[in-house]
Design a protein around this ligand. Structure first.
Ligand SMILES: C[S@@+](CC[C@H](N)C(=O)[O-])C[C@H]1O[C@@H](n2cnc3c(N)ncnc32)[C@H](O)[C@@H]1O
Length: 195
């Protein structure tokens, strides 16, 4: 499914898909046997893309506005059938026994710079930028099928080294699958493969 063909709308207060969203979409190669979890779904672009391919799709966001926006976008495009959307802090509302073959998160990945805005939930990932993503990795590995993959976006402005250390400690082999310089930072998509 091509993004241009979707009736896709972004509600106020919800992250509008940007370079990082598209980089993550490019990095993930789903097939029809996959069970996919989109953490921090925002307006749901990744979820909608996966809904046309994967066997089952679950989308979560800590923001109720974002979860509702994703559900409305799914319905607008008749793609709600293989999907569940829920408000959740990371994977906190996912049933303990649920397993996924692919889990993705385009997280808030910037370090806190001392200022506060209403969109911090979409941009700021902690003092060094990676804290939230590190928590995500620790939770996500418990919901990964054998041989499954986790995809996360990170920035050169954040502490990618710490994030990689957590991924390795969690038993993941890391590949940098996409990389893009934008303005003063380079964003990367890290793939963690369970082995
Ligand atoms: C950079 S936006 C990405 C949105 C969308 N996935 C995309 O790529 O366009 C980050 C998203 O993560 C969500 N988020 C932030 N903290 C979260 C948490 N603790 N649990 C789940 N989602 C979270 C935000 O509300 C926001 O929608």
């Amino acid at each position: 499914m091509r993004v241009e063909d979707l009736d896709f709308r972004v509600d106020s207060g919800v992250y509008a898909p940007a370079e990082d969203s598209f980089l993550l979409i490019d990095a993930i190669d789903l097939n029809r046997d996959d069970v996919f979890l989109d953490v921090g779904c925002g307006a749901g672009l990744l979820t909608l893309g996966a809904a046309g391919i994967a066997r089952r799709v679950v989308a979560t966001d800590i923001s109720l506005k974002a979860a509702r926006n994703t559900l409305r976008n799914l319905k607008r495009n008749g793609l709600e059938h293989p999907c569940s959307v829920m408000q959740s802090d990371l994977l906190g509302s996912i049933p303990p026994a649920a397993l996924f073959s692919v889990i993705a998160f385009n997280p808030p990945y910037l370090p806190y710079d001392g200022t506060t805005t209403q969109m911090d939930h979409a941009f700021v990932g902690g003092a060094k930028g990676t804290e939230l993503t590190e928590h995500f990795i620790q939770q996500a590995v418990r919901h990964l099928q054998r041989g499954g993959s986790i995809f996360v976006v990170s920035s050169s402005l954040a502490s990618i080294k710490d994030l990689k250390n957590v991924m390795v400690k969690c038993g993941l082999r890391i590949e940098v699958v996409e990389s893009l310089p934008i303005f003063f930072e380079k964003i990367q998509v890290l793939k963690g493969i369970q082995h």
